[in-house]
Write a protein that binds this ligand. Structure first.
Ligand SMILES: [Cu+2]
Length: 674
């Protein structure tokens, strides 16, 4: 049982009253009903719990919403939908390749869902949503099923060949996602064991023991001077500090003019600046999850003695062990990995040159870089990303070395800008790391990785067409050679009437679309300009005959001057380059190469003369018309996406301020038999 409720957060090391977060209370479900017993099996840590699952497991959760209502003046999206003040919620299993099955049980039983986000579970103590404002059900943020009894069941079958690794769960309540994650609602899901893919030796006689794995969840919370949590987060909360102020230990001080006396906490497993004792000289596997709603991190491990970055080996991004093609260059590895690593050789003779890096342009420190393993001295983590690392004491030349007595390092985020029109996320120390004396006996230079099942082959038993709802759950497959183009942007829309509206209109977070033919030309009548999320507007994908998976190419264009972070549910994707040679690592035909991700940063656009940002100093995005007229330069990211799970789900930007604002679209995967 998972109960979302208000709980004091006592692990931030604050004096005075403890801020009240929204936190999952978790217990083995003891009996029918919606309460947990008061005993040691019931836990509610701010850092969250980990659901340790195995491939083939069936995850059954009774989810109960006991959250308090939200003061309307603390909600950005309240003008879109007054029902948001009642604080509805739900659950999403991020990164899992599982079925998005809708409710399978008729009332009055507790509704049963798969990983289905089109439901809003209301706490009846906050008022009856139907009585509150029946007209509000037509508003854009209330969509799908409205459950007013406060509880639903989730029943999610993990496929038997699901890749092992790090996943997570969080609410997916459109319009409230930022608030609910910032308040603390999230936790880890692990699938399988690290021994399924990581070994100390090449012949794998010594798989990495599960005891060497440490799960680290990154969460942040803004706390005002009166110790209340500020969940509609402000990226500028810590602005206007003295330039020579030392890096805070898990915290930065509030802007003296706007948030005097406030503090912004950046925690690991809910702890402010914890000490992490590496258990043995053989090192540990650290699985990071960025569970912050909007904040990005630029992680570095700095040797306290030398003040140089200590390299860590990268084992996986977004849950599936890396499998870089042999012969890939450093540039290609960085590109395949989503432009978020500063590579360093794992134990080569020369050290990586430390240097500045921005998320807008991430360059490898050394080039060319030969085959795997892959180490990095810097890891950019946008929201929802997971990165799995092997951390062991390494010297300044990245070699595994004998740690001297009392060797320590500082894990920190160096601070990161998401572009000229984006946000500057603070620099902060996250943890103190203590290494045991001596050198690893088991590992020579790096761990060895085994291939995992390809997400293209992962499939739950296909849901029958009968359980898939919708007026016309069918569509034509994409024509051979065609691909989809998705535009991400937040331009001013002239007829906008929201509170942010000015002479140029209202800025919206939206997505645009068109289908592109085999010659690179737009297919007539498929264009859709930027618009906010509309649950009735689905993009239909047809599964191949015989109910086998269909793989599509999507071309992702970011027309904004800030980064966006593409995420899609129920599947994983790989970066490709349509112009790559047949044997190249970014060629779509090289089926087993690459990194299976579920998030990827989209590089910023460069507005030219006459574009909207050139005309309006407040604008932070080109329009699609700007792009088509050559007034805006943008770099496409091509991804290859296998669809194996029929049903309705979404893709969106995982910066939750943007998702809540409307940068999301529904996908409907239609079975071939329909
Ligand atoms: Cu975004």
């Amino acid at each position: 049982m998972v109960i979302a409720q208000a709980t004091p957060v006592s692990s931030l090391d604050i004096s005075g009253p403890q801020p009240v977060g929204w936190i999952y209370t978790v217990c083995p479900r003891p009996a029918p009903g919606t309460t947990c017993p008061a005993n040691a099996d019931t836990v509610s840590p701010y850092g969250g719990v980990r659901l340790a699952l195995q491939p083939g497991d069936r995850l059954k959760i009774r989810f109960v919403n006991n959250l308090p209502s939200v003061p309307p003046d603390s909600l950005d999206r309240i003008h879109d939908d007054p029902l948001l003040a009642l604080n509805p919620s739900n659950l999403h299993t991020h990164g899992l390749i599982v079925a998005p099955a809708p409710n399978s049980a008729p009332p009055p039983r507790v509704p049963v869902y798969g990983d289905f986000i089109f439901t809003s579970v209301f706490n009846p103590a906050n008022g009856n949503p139907a009585a509150y404002d029946p007209g509000a059900f037509t508003k854009i943020h209330a969509h799908g099923d409205v459950v007013s009894t406060g509880a639903v069941d989730y029943d999610i079958q993990i496929p038997a060949n699901h890749p092992s690794g790090a996943y997570w769960f969080h609410p997916h309540m459109h319009g409230l996602a930022l608030n609910q994650l910032s308040a603390g609602l999230s936790g880890i899901i692990s699938i399988g064991n690290v021994a399924n893919y990581a070994c100390a030796d090449e012949s794998c006689r010594h798989p990495v023991p599960e005891s060497a794995v440490r799960h680290l969840i990154l969460k942040d919370m803004q706390v005002l001077a009166d110790n209340t949590g500020f969940f509609q987060e402000d990226p500028d909360f810590c602005a206007n500090q003295a330039s020579d102020a030392p890096l805070g230990e898990g915290v930065c001080p509030g802007d003296p003019s706007a948030y005097a006396g406030g503090q912004w906490f950046f925690t690991l497993n809910g702890q402010r600046y914890p000490k992490i004792p590496v258990a043995t000289a053989d090192g540990e596997v650290w699985r990071f999850t960025n569970a912050s709603g909007s904040a990005s991190y630029d992680l570095r491990l700095i040797d306290d003695q030398t003040q140089l970055p200590m390299a860590v080996q990268i084992l996986s991004i977004d849950g599936v062990a890396l499998s870089f093609p042999s012969g890939a260059t450093a540039d290609q590895m960085v590109e395949i990995g989503g432009n978020r690593l500063r590579l360093a050789p794992c134990g080569a003779a020369s050290g990586a040159a430390p240097g500045a890096l921005s998320a807008v342009s991430v360059a490898p420190a050394l080039s060319p870089f030969s085959a795997a393993p892959v180490c990095a001295t810097e890891i950019v983590m946008m929201p929802a990303t997971r990165v799995e690392t092997y951390v062991v004491y390494r010297d300044a030349r990245n070699r595994i070395a004998s740690a001297p007595e009392k060797a320590t390092a500082t894990l920190l985020s160096a601070g990161i800008s998401t572009g000229p029109g984006g946000d500057s996320w603070p620099a902060v120390k996250l943890a103190k790391v203590v290494f045991p004396k001596g050198r690893s006996q088991a590992v020579s230079e790096a761990l060895h990785l085994k291939a995992q099942p390809s997400p293209e082959t992962v499939s739950a038993p296909l849901a029958s067409a009968a359980v898939l709802r919708g007026p016309s759950f069918s569509c034509q497959p994409l024509a051979a050679g065609h691909h989809r183009r998705i535009y991400f942007g937040n331009p001013n829309v002239p007829d906008g009437t929201g509170p942010g509206s000015d002479q140029y209109g209202e800025a919206i977070f939206g997505l645009g679309y068109e289908e592109i033919d085999e010659h690179g030309q737009p297919v007539p009548n498929t264009f859709q300009d930027f618009k906010r999320f509309d649950p009735a507007d689905t993009l239909c994908v047809r599964i191949n005959p015989g109910e086998t998976s269909v793989t599509e190419t999507w071309e992702l264009y970011n027309l904004a001057t800030e980064l966006h972070n593409f995420h899609i549910h129920q599947t994983k994707f790989r970066r490709i380059d349509p112009a790559a040679t047949m044997d190249g690592p970014l060629n779509p035909a090289s089926r087993h190469a690459g990194v299976w991700e579920d998030t990827v940063p989209l590089p910023v656009a460069e507005p030219g003369p006459g574009s909207q940002p050139a005309l309006d100093p407040e604008a932070t995005s080109c329009t699609i018309a700007d792009f088509k007229a050559g007034r805006c330069t943008a770099t496409p990211i091509y991804v290859s996406i296998p669809f194996t799970q029929p049903g309705t789900f979404v893709f969106h930007c995982h910066i939750l301020e943007h998702e809540d604002g409307g940068m999301m679209r529904a996908v409907r995967v239609a079975p071939a038999s329909n």
